[in-house]
Design a protein. Structure first.
Lengths: 382, 287
């Protein structure tokens, strides 16, 4: 199936003079647990560009952490090749790989103070004492920890420990920084601050970041590109906008934000659109580029905030379906409706809160839902 | 009223422990000090004479055994450390799901009395015992080869008997080391050896510190191993105290020796803690 090209969805793919920092070629990892083979990663290929903020996003157990650990060198791939700047490092141990990792829960050395923690890597590489001093000083300034050099990790807050972990890795000026759910242990407010902070630091140091997270909003906010993983495979690899607007699979649609899935059969294909009929006056228009052929079954996805809810049918070339409001939830900045279509499917609709604070429809009302053709997206492999 | 009770609560909670220490530590030590400073004999009775000179006298008489005890205890402690560390390391990091089995095996000897086990070694290693007699008959060892009544036997016995007290605290310390911290060291360019020296070893030092205390003190003052496995040239201070008290009935001399042993060990521990306090050692490793 041809991947659609939609205006506005510019991704890092489009860069012309890109240098490949990290390359995974059909990398797989199998474990044997109690005599049973577990396929943690089932053949992942990635090409991460220099300077890119790249996220591996997925639920726990999807293989994202294992993938990152294979880049770091802590896991040997069962098959496949890992390359750093074109060099095959598949069999190179972690201490000889020019990448550094920020561990989940930081893994700071508890017996060393901040300065000693940060200087650890430079000392192992036998960097001159004077240079260590300068570089540690500089990086502590970048992460905002100047003046706290003598503190022990246990004397610091979670946010501060996070910064130490970041400084300890960045001070080595690695060719890529790997971050394993680095914000997972922080509270929500601090996490938002650190997201912006991380993005700033990445711009400042210009190092490739590979970021593992299960938090979709975190990935969408920070990444240049995202690989959404599930069950050991990459489901979709694209920029945040494309991932959100055009989820490639039902899994991606469901994992990223709220999404509506509607089943139907393609009844007609004209020049620009395929028409998905649900019966009577209902019809859903799909950009023909992404649609299956006439007579085929299709699953389309549409985001709740793209749908307009109205009492009357609109007289426009748009997707229109009829249903009954089964739930209205007031959520402050918007109203959330659950509408049961005549065909039985449930569709969630977000409506921006109107000036007068009232809602368009109440529970039990018969309504028309409409959205523009480009907001219907046929899922791959449906 | 409630405030008074709240203020008293910590003292009340400390009371049982405090009483225990008063009755079973302070009173005996005071009694021992008092007995040490008495003169007399079993027939005529003892009287409090505050004879301070006794400390000098017993030290002059038994300084050889004193020194020997410290040397034996020290050598045994070093051997135990060298043997126990790899054992503890292996159980903590490599034993996987069988950890508890190996820990149980280490504790298993405790199910038989310490004295009985030592006597068994005496039988096993006797000149005409089941090990040496056949070897001698086969001509594999010379006629004058002994194990019993040698320094090796006594130190070997001490190592055998106190080893678990070295393994367990080191194991506990190693077990608490977060494996991710070791990975972090490797990620920061430390090879296996550097990761061990800079991270694992310093983090396990509190266990080593505790293990050394828990083995050196009982090994130095132990009378049983020297009594059963040693000969006349291997007598340790514990044996002297035993003899003075139960054989010669010279209670002041026995008390004075006990007191001095305690003082020497306390001073030793103090110096050791100051010189090798875990905090200091860890800071040295961080450099």
């Amino acid at each position: 199936m041809v991947k659609p090209q939609v205006a506005g969805a510019v991704t890092a793919n489009a860069r012309v003079d890109r240098t490949s920092a990290i390359e995974l070629v059909d990398v797989a990892k199998e474990y044997t647990v109690h005599g049973e083979v577990v396929h943690a990663v089932k053949g992942v290929s990635l090409d991460i560009a220099e300077g890119e903020f790249f996220s591996l996003l997925g639920p726990s157990g999807c293989g994202k952490t294992t993938t990152m650990r294979m880049i770091a060198g802590f896991e040997d791939p069962t098959r496949g090749v890992v390359r750093l700047y074109g060099q095959d490092v598949t069999d190179v141990p972690p201490n000889r790989r020019d990448v550094n990792m920020v561990f989940q829960s930081y893994a700071l050395f508890p017996h060393m103070n901040v300065w000693e923690n940060v200087a650890f890597g430079l000392k192992r590489r036998k960097v001159a004492a004077q240079e260590i001093k300068t570089r540690v000083g500089e990086i502590l300034e970048v992460v905002g920890l100047t003046g706290r050099e003598k503190r022990r990790p246990r004397e610091m807050s979670g946010g501060q420990q996070q910064r130490v972990a970041l400084a300890r890795a960045l001070v080595n000026r690695p060719r890529a920084l790997l971050l394993d759910e680095p914000l997972g242990a922080l509270d929500l407010k601090l996490r938002h601050t650190m997201q912006i902070e991380l993005k700033r630091i990445q711009r400042e140091v210009g190092i490739t970041f590979v970021y593992v997270t299960h938090d979709q909003s975190e990935a969408l906010t920070m990444s240049d590109r995202i690989a959404v993983m599930n069950d050991g495979v990459v489901e979709q690899l694209a920029g945040p906008r494309e991932i959100y607007e055009q989820p490639a699979t039902a899994f991606v649609a469901g994992f990223i934000g709220t999404s509506n899935l509607i089943n139907g059969t393609v009844s007609a294909v004209d020049g620009a659109h395929a028409v998905l009929s649900l019966g009577s006056d209902d019809r859903i228009l799909i950009p023909s580029g992404s649609a299956p052929g006439q007579g085929e079954a299709a699953v389309i996805t549409v985001r709740p905030e793209k749908i307009t809810i109205a009492r009357q049918r609109r007289d426009q070339e748009v997707s229109q379906v009829r249903g009954t409001v089964s739930e209205v939830v007031y959520l402050g900045t918007y109203n959330s409706y659950v509408v049961t279509l005549d065909g039985g499917a449930e569709v969630t609709v977000f409506e921006q809160n109107a000036m007068d604070g009232t809602s368009t429809a109440e529970r039990g009302d018969s309504v028309w839902l409409s959205w523009r053709p480009q907001h219907s997206y046929a899922l791959r492999g449906a | 009223m409630r405030r008074v009770r709240a203020a008293l609560a910590p003292y009340l909670l400390a009371l049982p422990g405090g009483l225990w220490l008063a009755v079973f530590l302070v009173v005996p030590i005071a009694t021992m000090a008092s007995v040490a400073l008495q003169t007399g004999n079993l027939m005529d009775g003892f009287s409090q004479t505050f004879n301070i000179a006794i400390f000098g006298e017993v030290f002059a008489q038994y300084h050889t055994q004193f020194l020997r005890s410290i040397v034996y205890g020290g050598i045994a402690t070093v051997i135990m450390l060298v043997v126990a560390y790899p054992m503890a390391y292996w159980i903590a990091f490599k034993a996987g799901r069988r950890k508890s089995v190996y820990l149980f095996l280490i504790l298993l000897p405790f199910f038989v009395s310490f004295v009985l086990r030592t006597i068994s070694w005496g039988f096993l290693l006797a000149d005409d015992g089941i090990v040496l007699a056949p070897l001698r008959d086969l001509g594999l060892i010379p006629d004058d080869f002994h194990i019993l009544a040698t320094t090796t036997a006594v130190i070997g016995g001490l190592v055998y008997n106190f080893l678990p007290f070295m393994v367990l605290p080191i194991y506990v310390a190693l077990e608490r080391v977060d494996p991710r911290v070791i990975e972090a060291a490797q990620d920061l360019y430390a090879g296996r050896f550097q990761a061990f020296v800079r991270v694992v070893l310093p983090l396990s030092l509190p266990g080593v510190f505790a293990g050394v205390l828990m083995t050196f003190i009982p090994a130095t003052s132990d009378p049983v191993n020297a009594q059963i496995l040693g000969g006349t040239s291997n007598t340790m201070i514990g044996n002297i105290i035993y003899t003075e008290y139960l054989v010669n009935n010279d209670y002041p001399a026995a008390s004075a020796l006990s007191f001095m042993l305690m003082a020497v060990l306390l001073i030793g521990i103090f110096v050791y803690a100051r010189a090798l306090g875990t905090e200091n050692v860890m800071e040295a490793a961080a450099r």
